[in-house]
Design a protein around this ligand. Structure first.
Ligand code: C2E
Ligand code: CA
Ligand code: CA
Ligand code: CA
Length: 277
């Protein structure tokens, strides 16, 4: 018969095995998805609320498994970021974004597509060098491309981060600070990194439709004031209502990304959407 110790060992063994299977199967599925070229960008427009013109778009990754339903990034990006799978995913995405930009016909404008990158990609991978090489190969003007760095991740080394980002800025690529006010960076990222734009997170925009006083509303005002004083552009993200658009206008924020204008769309739909405006 089984002793208590042996039973305990079995339980621990099973749970370790369980985690391992979960890890192996998720990683396996993502790797399979990569081989099958299943990661693709959806585009969400960023609009100037004063005249409705298109300023640019953000490329947001989606996973379309063969014969399955579309998987949103919330279901695989956090895992991928923690398990060294974000680099090949970003790579696959970037390749498609660069081809799509050519279809958009933006070379004579300053419209941009931004993609999301995390701190470790900037400091510890050839992300920046590869991006510059691809833009040159595909003859895409750097001004049509921008990179969003999220504050959710800590930079392993701010000096290296600055140097790598500077190489992009010198080529004409703008850097935007994503999820501004929510994460690690605080004021250090804004001071230390060559950032031109703050993306104001939905969390703060949401306070604009609440009746009750929310302390986050004060943070929103502080971010907007700070952007003005520091001469940074601001993009409000997750804007869902016209009322929010007019409150943001009153506060001097005109670059709007959110369902009030459009959800993220596949490239062909985004092109049709632009042509219909
Ligand atoms: P994010 O970079 O802050 O992107 C904005 C998210 O807000 C997107 O969700 C977008 O669809 C959503 N959104 C925009 N406007 C509205 C609105 O008016 N209402 C609501 N409810 N939502 C709105 P999505 O596409 O699900 O992406 C979620 C997050 O996944 C992104 O947040 C980003 O952190 C991450 N992500 C997406 N693509 C990539 C990628 O290629 N690389 C990395 N590292 N992360 C990515
Ligand atoms: Ca983003
Ligand atoms: Ca964001
Ligand atoms: Ca966000």
């Amino acid at each position: 018969s089984m002793t208590i110790a042996a039973a305990f060992g079995l339980v621990i063994g099973l749970s370790v095995y369980g985690n391992l299977t979960k890890y192996t199967s998720t990683a396996f599925l993502i790797e399979q998805g990569l081989k099958r070229n299943e990661f693709l960008p959806f585009y969400q427009p960023i609009i100037d609320s004063r005249d409705g013109s298109i300023l640019g778009a953000e490329a947001l990754v989606r996973w379309q498994p063969k014969g399955g339903n579309l998987i949103p990034p919330g279901q695989f990006i956090p895992f991928a970021e923690e398990n060294h799978l974000i680099d090949p995913i970003t790579d696959q995405l970037e390749e498609k974004v660069l081809d799509d930009i050519k279809q958009f016909g933006w070379q004579d404008s300053s419209r941009f597509v931004s993609i999301n990158a995390v701190a470790e990609q900037i400091t510890d991978t050839p992300f920046c060098a590869n991006l510059l090489r691809r833009l040159a190969e595909k003859r895409i003007p750097a001004k049509n491309f921008s990179v969003e760095i999220t504050e959710r991740h800590q930079f392993p080394d701010l000096d290296r981060g600055r140097a790598a980002l500077q190489s992009l800025v010198e080529a004409g690529i703008e850097i935007k600070l994503d999820d501004a006010g929510t994460g690690f960076g605080g004021f250090s990222y804004i001071q230390e990194l060559p950032i031109t734009t703050l993306k104001i997170d939905k969390m703060f925009i949401d306070t604009l439709r609440q009746e009750k006083q929310d302390p986050k509303r004060a943070v929103l005002q502080a971010i907007i004031e700070f952007a003005k004083t520091a001469n940074l552009h601001a993009i409000a993200e997750g804007v869902e209502t016209k009322e929010q658009v007019s409150q943001l206008s009153a506060a001097g924020v005109f670059a709007i990304q959110g369902y009030v204008y459009s959800k993220p769309m596949p490239a062909e739909e985004f092109i049709r959407w632009m042509n219909a405006r």
